[in-house]
Write a protein that binds this ligand. Structure first.
Ligand code: SF4
Length: 320
């Protein structure tokens, strides 16, 4: 089977399709991306990179807390620099970014290691870091795959968990500072459901599920961390699979026919942010397939996964 006959779909694309198919068309078919990334996006990326250094350092290399901290900071600074940002910004720039600054990330990391060190070093076995997965979605179409990437996979007390690093600035003064609306946003949650599905398909009956590894990003509070168990039953996973298949088929049909409907309820999201494609959308009122990106946009493909590895994994699944 050639690569063209295999279809991959991921959570980001499906989320965009559900919000507005035309939005998904601009981002995932035309590959239009804003030239300026928001700071929350870069901070989340750098926080993940930091954890990708710290977890193996503690779990596999058994380094000290101080050494883990140094390695984590170096990883953060390297990623921050790669993203075109200054790891040691002026006070004015730091105030503009606050609370998502390198200084606050370092403070958070120091406390994170204090809180998590014994659990990482002695209680779990780290099995994988940034593990991509490819799983079939449709029993009637073996060429359609759902894909994603698990931040971490670990074994704890004989069960498989998938810790997912998430940061939030939604702050509550009392308790552990995590707002209930943020905690509750993970169940139901299509990304978490899909990652539980991917985990289950790979590790079968040993699976416990996804464990949100939450971290509060705040100007003054730098020691708030919380695990949020986000496990799913077989029934919940099957409900997710059926819904996901419905949306995946809809998206493939839109692409095939070239007719891409709008959902104008998605023009302003729940954070009161206006859709970045609204200018083009107002001008044409329908999908245009041969436009240059508008001002402030560039062509940048959404490719968080190594495509050749995905095709290899899909082919192996088809050969089974
Ligand atoms: S402006 Fe509204 S209708 Fe247009 S692409 Fe964005 S969400 Fe869709």
């Amino acid at each position: 089977m050639n690569d063209q006959s295999i279809n991959f779909i991921d959570n980001s694309t499906l989320t965009a399709v559900k919000r507005c198919p035309l939005h998904a068309h601009y981002r995932y078919e035309m590959h239009w991306s804003p030239e300026d990334r928001p700071i929350y996006f870069d901070f989340g990326t750098a926080w993940h990179t930091m954890q990708d250094a710290v977890w193996p350092a503690i779990c596999w290399d058994h380094v000290s807390q101080e050494e883990a901290y140094q390695q984590g900071c170096a990883a953060f600074d390297a990623k921050w620099t790669e993203l075109g940002l200054d790891p040691h910004p002026s006070q004015a720039v730091a105030e503009e970014w606050a609370p998502r600054t390198p200084g606050i990330a370092r403070e958070m990391l120091k406390n994170y290691i204090t809180v998590r060190y014994d659990w990482l070093r002695y209680k779990i076995t780290l099995l994988a870091v940034e593990q991509p997965f490819v799983v079939p979605l449709d029993p009637d179409d073996p060429t359609l795959f759902y894909t994603g990437r698990l931040d971490k996979v670990a074994e704890e007390n004989g069960e498989i968990i998938a810790p997912e690093h998430k940061t939030t600035t939604v702050y509550r003064i009392s308790g552990d500072h995590f707002a209930s609306q943020w905690i509750e946003s993970f169940d139901p949650n299509s990304q978490v459901d899909g990652y539980n599905h991917g985990l289950k398909m790979h590790y079968r009956e040993k699976v416990k599920g996804v464990l949100i590894d939450g971290a509060m990003v705040h100007k003054k509070v730098h020691d708030a961390f919380r695990f949020i168990p986000s496990y799913r039953s077989t029934h919940q996973l099957e409900a997710w699979r059926q819904e996901t298949l419905y949306w995946a088929r809809a998206w493939l049909r839109f692409i095939e026919t070239g007719f891409i409907p709008r959902n104008t309820n998605g023009c302003v999201n729940q954070y009161h942010k206006t859709c970045e494609y609204i200018g083009t959308c107002r001008q044409y009122n329908r999908a245009i397939h041969d436009l240059e990106p508008p001002r402030g946009m560039k062509v940048e493909k959404w490719e968080p996964y190594n495509l050749s590895l995905l095709h290899k994994a899909a082919q192996e699944a088809l050969d089974e």
